[in-house]
Design a protein around this ligand. Structure first.
Ligand SMILES: *Cc1c(COP(=O)(O)O)cnc(C)c1O
Length: 228
């Protein structure tokens, strides 16, 4: 086995154990492999070990990688900040976007999504821990944004994404993640959209707490590809 394959297996084990500890069914949490700063060869290697979904932060770097790997059946997720002048690249190259936090960006993504592609799958990034300088829509504004995004023709609203600031200890992590889960469940009930099923939450350091709190998708970079 290659190192990336070994790492992937170890991360899958962590996910399974966390599911078991939380009394959740095995397979209820998807793994997104975050390949930012790593080249096409690393992605190819991870794909060889069975990984199909990859997350990227930097749009131009991602587009180069996606283009280089066009022959492989991969699913690409944009998880980084999106400026207005980058929406076209995102709409043309990605399958998912987790980092939508403004209606203007969502409108541009919907308008620019090529007609021959399936709708773009979208999560709203929510600032659940309230830092004023952080990106993400404020929790009290997310329902209005969700309603507006759900009405756009070339997008499918799939859920929420959070990136809480690091905190010390499992209990503190859990408390933060639970805040996001509460908001997610509230929106699910209010919106009643069948495809609103994704809570993108948890990274290398805190995936156990995120899964315990109800995450359905963890975004893991370092534990798979190594230090950036
Ligand atoms: C880099 C990044 C990750 C992966 O972080 P690791 O700590 O390396 O697992 C996940 N989500 C987002 C939004 C990121 O930018």
């Amino acid at each position: 086995m290659t190192l990336i394959a070994e790492n992937l297996r170890a991360v899958q084990d962590r996910i399974q154990q966390a599911c078991q500890a939380a009394g959740r069914p095995a397979g209820s949490v998807r793994l997104l492999a975050v390949s930012k700063t790593f080249g096409p060869d690393a992605v190819r290697e991870a794909h060889g070990a069975g990984q199909t979904a990859f997350g990227e932060n930097y749009i131009q770097e991602a587009v180069d990688k996606i283009t280089a790997l066009r022959g492989l059946p991969l699913e690409w997720h944009c998880i980084g900040p999106i400026q207005s002048n980058k929406t076209r690249l995102v709409a043309e190259h990605f399958d998912w976007v987790h980092s939508v936090d403004r209606l203007k960006i969502a409108q541009r993504l919907s308008e620019q999504r090529p007609a021959h592609l399936p709708p773009l799958q979208v999560c709203l990034q929510v600032n659940t821990d309230g830092g004023p300088t952080k990106s993400g829509v404020q929790p009290n504004e997310v329902l209005a944004l969700a309603r507006a995004v759900a009405a756009l023709p070339s997008l499918v609203l799939r859920g929420l994404m959070t990136i809480p600031d690091p905190v010390e200890g499992f209990e503190a992590e859990l408390a933060l993640h639970r805040r996001a889960t509460t908001l997610f469940e509230h929106l699910k009930a209010e919106l009643a959209l069948p495809q609103f099923d994704t809570l993108s939450m948890g990274m290398t350091a805190d995936l156990e707490a995120a899964i315990h709190a109800g995450s359905t998708l963890v975004r893991v970079g370092t534990a798979i590809f190594g230090k950036r």
